[in-house]
Write a protein that binds this ligand. Structure first.
Ligand SMILES: O=C(O)C(=O)C[C@]1(C(=O)O)C=C[C@@H](O)C=C1
Length: 256
């Protein structure tokens, strides 16, 4: 994570990074929405998995060889054993507990993305462009996974800021108490509003005839490339809960 790249890890810096990750997620969804659902890309062919599974497995091998998946927030999908980097990698500051690398909720992200989210922001239909489609899916999955696994840094900062509050529920393995401690409802409300607004702004059609000062409200949402409400729903029921699961899972091992 950039916020861990040398300067002091702080809640403000980690939250800034989460805000930046929102841009990647909104843009990735806007890109994927260019193509219809293209359901055949997700059904298994005889003997091998789907086009989507094939693409993700092969793309991850290439990414790993190029030096990806070295940081705790960059976690591969499909529990894959990946080759080492071909080139020397720079390394990253070890600000997290060593267990961080084993905290992974990618199976839940995968199921959520293909079963729940995709139908909410892609049009019904099949245009046959499966290779392009699954490359766009891969970008969405990576952006979501990276954001959600940044929860490891959030958890570390929260623990370091208040070890006296977090240590007792960690020792008692009290998931609910940890979940309550790390939840900030007011922050979550702001996050939902901001991603909705980003979808509204990033997803509008830009023409030279745009009139200055035109309101960007619910009235124009039908013209947005991805429905802004889908973004707030995505964050409300999946992205933030999964980030909190990562935080709890990390914290539970923090004193080991
Ligand atoms: O900002 C935090 O404190 C976080 O833990 C991150 C996050 C989020 O996923 O955006 C998750 C839980 C909090 O309730 C608020 C926001």
């Amino acid at each position: 994570m950039d916020a861990g790249g040398g300067e002091q890890l702080s809640l403000a810096a980690v939250r800034d990074q989460l805000i930046r990750e929102e841009d990647s997620i909104v843009f990735a969804l806007i890109e994927r929405a260019k193509r219809p659902r293209n359901a055949p890309a997700y059904s298994a062919a005889a003997g091998c998995g789907s086009v989507a599974e094939f693409f993700v497995r092969e793309a991850q091998v290439l990414h790993a060889k190029a030096g990806h998946y070295q940081k705790p927030e960059d976690v591969p999908f499909l529990s894959q054993d990946l080759p080492p980097p071909v080139f020397p990698t720079k390394g990253y500051p070890k600000v997290l507990h060593p267990f961080a690398s084993s905290v992974c909720v990618n199976d839940a992200i995968w199921k959520m993305y293909f079963n729940e989210l995709l139908p909410l922001f892609t049009a019904d239909g099949d245009d046959g462009n499966y290779a392009e489609t699954v490359a766009l899916d891969f970008a969405c999955l990576q952006a979501l996974s990276r954001r959600i696994h940044c929860g490891k840094y959030v958890a570390e900062v929260k623990f370091k800021d208040a070890p006296q509050d977090y240590s007792p529920p960690i020792r008692a393995k009290d998931n609910n108490a940890l979940m309550n401690l790390l939840t900030f409802t007011a922050v979550e409300e702001k996050v939902k509003k901001r991603v909705e607004k980003k979808a509204r702004i990033f997803g509008q059609n830009v023409t030279l005839e745009d009139s200055v000062g035109k309101p960007h409200g619910d009235t124009c949402d039908s013209h947005c490339k991805v429905d802004p409400k889908v973004l707030s729903k995505l964050y409300d029921i999946w992205v933030m809960p999964l980030t909190k699961d990562v935080e709890v899972e990390y914290l539970l091992r923090r004193l080991n």
